[in-house]
Design a protein around this ligand. Structure first.
Ligand code: AMP
Ligand code: MG
Length: 402
């Protein structure tokens, strides 16, 4: 087991240790937010035909070139109907946006440039029709067989639309992970329950659950356990067995009731590291069992638990899902921050964007790592590396969203 390691080392160990959850085929509607696990291949050329991009008329450009400006309307071609054919160069066909360019025509004139005289369309004086101008050519977006999405892509609204272009009603994505959030502590009482003066509302598990749910992880359970080794062993054991990922908070420090590391070891979850040189969140514990499942045991201090979830657990989940890694953006500090301790600092911030489009982060200084209330209105936190003590205004820091 590694102890008292740097943030980068801890983050790298998490990524290297995470299992890879297997793919399943799901209906498209169930794929939103999931990670694609196969290349998405175009079913057909796109557009699959020469597509008209304006309402108007279509005719043979050769007739226009010889000076013809009046065309008899021989038919109407709407989107979704099989192509009509032009019978005579004296004729035109009315065309609607999205329809097939009728066979025998190559030139489209928009409806705004023509007037109707009975069944004849007359083109505006001086209008210069250009062959194929309002035609979106077959295959010009992509060809059949082209890879439209790579494995590892997270499926959002645009990707949902692209999936339909694959033509299949099902797609391979990483199966939805079952995640158990467990907070531990004899003092913890959920909202809605009577509470004594010496007890604490259990807020960590709600914040952790919310951070997971907002990222689309719907299969999240939440519970609170006492600092009782037997109960911890039974319940953590059960949830470790029945879930893909267990996230604990509390009980990982040096106190007499901090039973979590020993309980996990007893359950066969071997520590990979314990304690990271960071504030908040120093007592972070991370382990793996022989079957490959991992457990994060986050410190109980409320801000610590949420910071550790965002900094370590969420990237770990991405790795297990097979999501393509994306570096966190950097934002500039809106004011100088002094941090004298030889630890990496995570500072809650509120973001603002300048007219020039630059994001700046205004630190919200918290008294201890114990107060969620201080986080109200913040967007996330910045990471200030260990070894530097003064971070001037404008310092470009990595930003993590809650
Ligand atoms: P621990 O890591 O168990 O020593 O807890 C550190 C501090 O965080 C203590 O003051 C706990 O009361 C507090 N704490 C632990 N778990 C929670 C929780 N679920 N909600 C709110 N505060 C908590
Ligand atoms: Mg505790």
């Amino acid at each position: 087991m590694r102890q008292r390691i740097d943030v980068e080392e801890a983050a790298a160990l998490v990524l290297a240790t995470m299992p890879r959850w297997e793919p399943v085929r799901v209906p498209l509607a169930a794929a939103l937010g999931a990670v694609l696990r196969e290349p998405l291949v175009a079913e057909r050329d796109q557009p699959p035909f020469d597509r008209v991009t304006m309402d108007g008329i279509a005719f043979a450009g050769a007739a226009f070139a010889t000076g013809q400006r009046r065309f008899r309307v021989a038919g109407t071609q709407g989107a979704g109907s099989a192509p009509l054919a032009l019978a005579s160069a004296a004729d035109c066909i009315e065309v609607m946006t999205g329809c097939v360019l009728p066979t025998g025509t190559d030139t489209v004139v928009p409806v705004e440039r023509i007037r109707r005289e009975g069944d004849t369309a007359v083109i505006e004086d001086g209008y210069q029709a250009v062959p194929r101008q309002f035609v979106h050519p077959l295959g010009s977006d992509h060809r059949q067989g082209a890879v439209l999405l790579d494995p590892g892509t997270r499926i959002g609204p645009a990707e949902m639309a692209i999936l339909t272009i694959g033509g299949s009603a099902e797609v391979a994505v990483t199966r939805r992970p079952r995640i158990a959030v467990i907070s531990t502590g004899d003092e913890l009482i959920d909202a809605g329950q009577p509470i004594a003066s010496y007890q604490i509302r259990s807020s960590n598990d709600r914040a952790l659950e919310a951070a997971l749910r907002r990222r689309g992880y719907a299969d999240v359970s939440r519970c609170t356990l006492r600092d009782d080794p037997a109960q911890l062993c039974a319940e953590i054991g059960r949830l470790h067995r029945d879930s893909d990922l267990v996230i604990l908070s509390g009980g990982v420090s040096m106190g007499q009731f901090d039973h979590v590391p020993a309980t996990l070891t007893q359950l066969g979850v071997e520590p990979v590291f314990h304690k990271v040189l960071q504030r908040p969140g120093l007592p972070l514990w991370f382990g793996r069992s022989a079957g490959g499942k991992v457990v994060f045991a986050l410190p109980g201090n409320p801000i610590s638990s949420l910071v550790c979830l965002v900094r370590y657990v969420l990237p770990g989940i991405d790795a297990a899902l097979g999501a393509a890694a994306r570096p966190m953006p950097r934002v500039r500090l809106a004011q100088a921050v002094e941090f004298r301790t030889d630890l990496t600092a995570f500072i809650p911030v509120t973001l603002a964007w300048s007219e020039a489009g630059e994001a700046s982060a205004r630190p919200k200084l918290t008294n201890t790592s114990g107060d969620f209330v201080a986080l109200g209105g913040t967007d996330g936190f910045v990471e200030l590396p260990r070894g530097q003590h003064l971070f001037p205004a404008g310092f470009p820091a990595r930003f993590y969203a809650w």
